[in-house]
Structure formats: structure tokens, C-alpha cells
Design a protein around this ligand. Structure first.
Ligand code: ADP
Ligand code: MG
Length: 393
């Protein structure tokens, strides 16, 4: 991590000169279980990972916001008074979208902006080792690091749940991605060797011990390095099916349904809508079962829930791909405790829960299966549940 901080300071100096007022960082995440449940008011169980985005930041004497990223060329600048969702495009929509959302919140709270003592402009330099677009939420890592930095520099004193909501607001309103609050919650609330049980209806969170270290087990991410052009359309159509299913069943969201409601759903809904509904209902139950099993017995017994989650996404929700299916089946055959695709689907990554002693062999056998199938070599690496966003110095 020290290397990332060092790079952050140097990157700041190369764009803006001198030293930053501080460095803040926030992690990416993987979702252990609970997929497509967030927009159905359901449960998800993500973990913050040991890959982070750092922002080096310094307040300015004027009202200019300037942002640089080591992942993209150039510096993007905008005056605080000109911030609006429509004015921001490209990668800078993530960090500056957060600045917009936070300036709105400060105004509503009667903070410094509304009181007529304007918030200062800020120079922001981003560096990251979260791979972008791999399903590890590099976007939330950027948003949460920037949110924490601006909260400190602007003296807003917002709590982490509020910062998560503002990160989501930036992504929804400025970037234009209709995502839930899972990614930001994980990035802000993560703890070492813990997952975050997130109730997307009440927005309450609980930090749950994973016990991976004690069980000498851990997670492998298998990034298939594939993404499919119909991912956005597929996401939108799954959301629509869930809304249709809820309406036909006479409930506000699928969260209101439990396993006992499935026979009635089967009788009422067309086959496809029923299968979409069944995924959400059973996935919510699997999240709760996973958390209960971790609390009573530890990680050795959660493999079955991960495996069943994958089958449900493959057959009922139909968001898996041949590459993701192969990653999961070859991990299982090589002795993983459990495996599933993770993230929105239609490409991206799978995860495998593996005993430490088996990790090398499982990774090797997945790579061999991909080569044999003629697929692009996957990027396979371990991740550890880590601390959420923090001020580094
Ligand atoms: P994911 O969050 O799964 O990695 P997204 O498509 O949600 O994928 O977000 C990726 C986008 O977030 C990138 O295309 C870029 O616009 C922005 N982003 C991520 N990391 C950085 C970074 N270090 N600097 C600038 N922008 C970033
Ligand atoms: Mg994202």
C-alpha cells in the first residue's frame, strides 16, 4: 500500500506541484453472494478487497475543481459554480459527479455553501490498482475515495451511509448508470476478514465475520476478460422482468416474496418471468443462509450456497456466459469449496472460495480449461477482505 501512496503523492506533484493536504483511499469490492437483489430491495453480501484507489487532494484559494487520473491523460477542470450533471462526461464524471452530489448535500444541510462562505476549490489526483471494468467496482473506489476527501476538506461531517448515498447519486445522475448502493456501501464500510450484509430496503448494514483467515481459506477472482455488448440491455430487461413480476404478484418489490410464494408465482406468471422472480426470491434466501452458516459453522459450509447461486443465475436469470460457466465448473472440479459468477453478468468475473493449500492448483486448472476451450486466458488473482475507505495521511 505504501507504494500506492508514494505514487499518489508523485502523481499529484507532477500535475499540480508541491504536496497534497492529505491522501485518502477506498477499496474495490467483490460481491460474495446476492446478485441483482439490490434493485429488488433485497439482500447482498459484498466484501471490500485489498485493491484500492488513492486520491491525493489539496484545497485551493479559488472555486476551481481540477482532477487528474493516472489511468487517463490530461487534467479536467470545472468551476464549482458550473457543476451540473449535464456538464460532466467521461471518466471525470465519477470524481466530479461526487463533488456535485456533495455540494448539493452541503447546500441542503445549510452548510458552508448555503451560508454564503463558499466551499473551496480542490485539486485531486487519482491513482489506483483496482482493475477497471472487471466487476470489482473501480467506479465506487473512485467515488468513495473522493467523497471522503471532500468531506474532510469541506468539513461537512457526513456519515458513511450518507457518503455511500451520494456516491450512488453521482453514478445514477451524473454518469447515468442505474446502479444500486451495494458498491459504495462495501467500499465505505468494509472491514478486514468481514463481509457487509446489506439490506437494500432499510439500507441497514451489518459487518459479518468471514472467518476466512481462521479457516485458512480465501477468494480467487477469475476475470474472464470478456464483456458482451448486450450487457446494458440485458440488465435493463432483467430489471423490467422483476418489476413486471412484482406487479403481477401484487407487491411493491420482490423483497416482499419468500420461498412459500413461489407456487403461486408459478401459477400466475409466464415461465420466463417466473424464473426471474425465482432467482431473486431464492437468492435473497441464500444470502441469509450464507450469513447464518458463517456465524454458526464458518466458511467451509457456504460452498453449496455459492454453487446454487451460480446455477440460479445461469438457468433462471440467464446472465451467465460460457466463459463464466467454465470458470465456475473448473474451479469446482479442481476442489474449490464453492464458486459462482459475480457482478452483473454477461461477462466479467467469477469467484471461487478455496482452501489456501488448493489455491495454486485451482488457478492452474482453470487456466488449463480455458486454454483447452480456446478462450482468452483469464486473469486469476486472490483477494482479501480489507478495510473500507480511510484517510491515509
Ligand atoms: P467497474 O466499476 O466494474 O470497474 P464501471 O464501468 O462501473 O466498471 O466503472 C469503470 C469506469 O470508472 C472507468 O471506465 C472510468 O471511467 C472510471 N474509473 C475507474 N477507475 C478510475 C481511475 N482510477 N481514474 C479515473 N476514472 C476511473
Ligand atoms: Mg462500477
Amino acid at each position: 500500500m505504501n507504494e500506492l501512496l508514494q505514487r499518489g503523492s508523485e502523481h499529484f506533484a507532477s500535475h499540480f506541484g508541491g504536496t497534497p493536504d492529505g491522501l485518502w483511499s477506498a477499496p474495490g469490492r467483490v460481491n460474495l453472494i446476492g446478485e441483482h437483489t439490490d434493485y429488488n430491495d433485497g439482500f447482498a453480501f459484498p466484501i471490500a478487497i485489498d485493491k484500492r484507489t488513492t486520491v491525493a487532494a489539496r484545497a485551493r484559494a479559488d472555486r476551481l475543481l481540477r482532477v487528474a487520473s493516472s489511468s487517463f491523460p490530461g487534467v479536467v477542470e470545472v468551476c464549482l459554480d458550473d457543476l451540473s450533471p449535464d456538464a460532466l462526461t467521461g471518466w471525470a464524471a465519477y470524481p466530479l459527479g461526487v463533488a456535485w452530489a456533495m455540494s448539493q448535500a452541503a447546500g441542503r444541510a445549510g452548510g458552508s455553501a448555503a451560508a454564503g462562505s463558499p466551499m473551496a476549490g480542490v485539486d485531486l489526483a487519482l491513482t489506483s490498482d483496482v482493475p477497471a471494468g472487471a466487476g470489482l467496482s473501480s467506479s465506487a473506489a473512485v467515488e468513495c475515495a473522493v467523497a471522503l476527501a471532500l468531506d474532510d476538506l469541506w468539513g461537512l461531517g457526513l456519515d458513511r451511509q450518507e457518503l455511500a448515498r451520494l456516491g450512488q447519486l453521482a453514478e445514477n445522475k451524473v454518469v447515468g448508470a442505474p446502479t444500486g448502493i451495494m458498491d459504495q456501501s462495501a467500499s465505505l464500510l468494509g472491514e478486514p476478514d468481514h463481509g457487509i450484509l446489506l439490506d437494500c430496503q432499510s439500507l441497514q448494514t451489518q459487518s459479518v465475520p468471514l472467518g476466512f483467515a481462521h479457516a485458512r481459506a480465501g477468494l480467487l477472482v477469475i476475470d474472464t476478460r470478456t464483456s458482451h455488448s448486450h450487457a446494458d440491455g440485458g440488465y435493463a430487461s432483467r430489471r423490467r422482468s422483476c418489476e413486471d413480476g412484482a406487479r403481477s404478484m401484487g407487491v411493491g418489490s420482490l423483497r416482499a416474496l419468500g420461498p412459500d410464494d413461489l407456487p403461486r408465482a408459478a401459477a400466475l406468471l409466464d415461465d420466463q418471468t417466473f424464473r426471474r422472480v425465482r432467482h431473486i426470491v431464492t437468492e435473497n434466501q441464500r444470502v441469509l443462509d450464507t450469513v447464518a452458516a458463517l456465524r454458526t459453522s464458518g466458511p467451509a459450509v457456504i460452498g453449496t450456497f455459492l454453487n446454487e447461486s451460480h446455477v440460479s443465475m445461469r438457468d433462471d436469470f440467464e446472465i451467465s456466459t460460457p466463459e463464466l460457466d467454465l470458470a465456475v465448473s473448473s474451479a469446482q472440479e479442481a476442489g474449490a469449496v464453492g464458486a459462482r459468477m459475480t457482478g452483473g453478468g454477461f461477462g466479467g468475473a467469477a469467484i471461487a472460495l478455496v482452501r489456501d493449500d488448493d489455491a495454486g492448483r485451482v488457478a492452474e486448472e482453470i487456466a488449463v480449461s480455458f486454454a483447452r476451450a480456446g478462450y482468452t486466458a483469464p486473469h486469476i488473482f486472490p483477494v482479501t477482505a480489507s478495510e473500507g475507505a480511510r484517510r491515509e495521511r
